[in-house]
Design a protein around this ligand. Structure first.
Ligand SMILES: [Fe+2]
Ligand SMILES: [Fe+2]
Length: 318
């Protein structure tokens, strides 16, 4: 293709995005757009399935049948989110096997929040309330992102996330209305999950490398700092209703800005976990690898069966 032709295609592509039209898998797209989307969407897919692990830890120990049913449904939803997102990523010309391989070899990242342990039942409440709550804020803008398969997957994902957020908050509410020990469990979970939840929005705007280009492609509509502020403004009043305290001495309503001021985030901790040194990085990855290897015979059997059926069909036709 000549330079002029490429330029022409680029212009058509940019104009489409500017008009809020979707880019579909068979449309021409710049290589950088394809690569960025493979990276972000697969990272998102990996986060969904690794995110099942800390909560799966509590399915057998949920305190009642009702809680068990809700938690099972939520963890299954996350598997579903992973599947839509892997499928959507595959439309960009990368195979599922390659994507899994990137995850299992440690080459691909997933959200660092899932490298923290779930040590009490209150953590399941805090995760739904804070982690799924932060995920919604991150994901709602993606419903109108430029890449069609991603945008469409996000519509359903976001609906399910809001159920997750509510079931988590309801667990917190029940604990906070319970015995002093239960309320203390809720407070302890908030203490441990608050700061990592704020880190889910990524580095501050001046440190973030992808923001400008991603804004142009509508992969991002608000900056990390704006989204983080939105999360804080929305979540602090919810903690007040629960009657527990956000673990930040500098947290204060600012009449002038109409937002909460908040304390310093420990970015050292953030980078440590991103680089693989969080409390559960090794354990999470190992669990995924074991699941993949342990399931190999099922995949092999399914493939062998499919081949047999295809053979039969050919023979019948012949
Ligand atoms: Fe999800
Ligand atoms: Fe969720």
């Amino acid at each position: 293709m000549s330079e002029k032709e490429i330029k022409n295609l680029e212009e058509i592509f940019e104009a489409k995005i500017a008009r809020d039209e979707k880019i579909e898998p068979k449309d021409w797209m710049p290589e950088k757009y394809r690569k960025t989307h493979i990276r972000q969407m697969s990272q998102h897919a990996h986060s969904e399935i690794v995110g099942m692990l800390p909560e799966g830890n509590w399915i057998t120990r949920a305190p009642s049948l009702r809680r068990k049913v809700a938690l099972l449904a939520k963890v299954q939803d996350e598997a579903g989110h992973g599947l839509y997102l892997y499928s959507a990523t595959e439309t960009l010309g990368i195979s599922r096997d390659e994507l899994y391989d990137q995850l299992h070899s440690g080459k691909a990242k997933y959200s660092s929040i899932f490298n923290y342990p779930t040590i009490t039942w209150a953590d399941i409440g805090a995760i739904g309330w804070l982690v799924d709550g932060a995920a919604i804020i991150n994901q709602v803008p993606l419903c109108s992102t430029s890449f069609g398969p991603y945008a469409r997957a996000m519509v359903r994902v976001c609906k399910e996330e809001s159920f997750h957020q509510r079931q988590g908050y309801e667990i917190m509410l029940t604990l906070c209305k319970g015995t002093p020990e239960q309320k203390e469990m809720a407070q302890d979970a908030l203490n441990r999950w608050w700061w990592p939840s704020l880190m889910m929005f990524g580095p501050t705007d001046d440190e973030s490398t992808h923001t400008e280009q991603s804004m142009k492609w509508k992969l991002k509509r608000k900056t990390n700092d704006e989204l983080r502020q939105q999360f804080i403004d929305q979540t602090v009043p919810q903690a007040d209703i629960l009657g527990i305290k956000v673990p930040d001495e500098d947290l204060k309503w600012n009449e002038e800005t109409g937002h909460y001021d908040f304390g310093k985030i420990n970015w050292d901790e953030f980078w440590q976990v991103v680089k693989g040194h969080g409390p559960c990085n090794k354990e999470r990855l190992q669990t995924r690898v074991d699941a993949w290897e342990g399931g190999e015979w099922v995949r092999d059997a399914a493939m062998a069966y499919a081949e047999k059926q295809a053979d039969k069909k050919v023979k019948r036709a012949g």
